[in-house]
Design a protein around this ligand. Structure first.
Ligand code: GDP
Length: 196
């Protein structure tokens, strides 16, 4: 499958250093520690495609992965460390806003949330930006294995309701990198995004 062919291309601190803005890309966002790297590694079936880097300073880069010449994944910098200096927060904010608004080849965003801590302030910011730029958004409620099935489903419905109250059309699903659950669902969604 296409997604297993993902290959690291480059890390960019800004849009000027990014690969040419052509073809189509899907970006992965998430609060630090949400499980974004594990989700990316799981759905590409690669052990260490996305590094599970825990160093805040190193996370302020856009990481590009080619699926082929025309299709890419982008790993967006995580966010949410309480100790991050104000200056780094501002840089992150500027980078994300610029990327989400100006990147023409960006088709849609996958937002990864730890199912035990859904809809953080960071997540709402991302949701708002996706709304402004009118990009499709799909939410992965990951680490679903941390809850029993009933509790996981309840969280799914609860998050769905909260988004509907805001009149946001966002899709969402359960996921577990550990148990490898939800992979087919996200592959199918990505198929529609890359072919649409
Ligand atoms: P990132 O900072 O968002 O890239 O998060 P990571 O992918 O590095 O994951 C953060 C922590 O959560 C690590 O200790 C992972 O092993 C753990 N983790 C990630 N995904 C899952 C999952 O699906 N289930 C469980 N139980 N743990 C997970």
């Amino acid at each position: 499958p296409l997604y297993h062919q993902a290959k690291f291309v480059l890390s960019a601190p800004d849009l000027k250093s990014a690969p040419a803005d052509a073809g189509r890309e899907v970006a992965f966002a998430g609060r630090s520690n949400a499980g974004k790297s594990s989700a990316l590694n799981t759905l590409t079936r690669q052990k260490s495609l996305a590094r599970t880097s825990k160093t805040p300073g190193r996370t302020q880069l856009l990481n590009f992965f080619n699926l082929n010449e025309q299709q890419r994944f982008v790993d967006l910098p995580g966010y949410g460390y309480a100790k991050v200096p104000e200056k780094v927060k501002r840089q992150w904010h500027a980078l994300m806003e610029t990327y989400l608004h100006e990147r023409q080849s960006l088709y849609g965003i996958i937002l990864v949330m730890d199912i035990r801590h859904p809809l953080t302030e960071f997540d709402w910011q991302m949701i708002e930006w996706c709304g402004y730029s009118k990009k499709p958004l799909h939410i992965l409620l990951t680490k679903a294995d941390k809850l029993n099935h009933g509790a996981a489903k309840n969280t799914l419905f609860k998050v769905q309701r909260e988004l509907q109250e805001q009149e946001l059309s966002v899709s969402l699903q359960l996921f577990s990198a550990l148990k490898r659950n939800g992979i087919d669902d996200i592959h199918q969604l990505l198929d529609t995004w890359f072919q649409a």
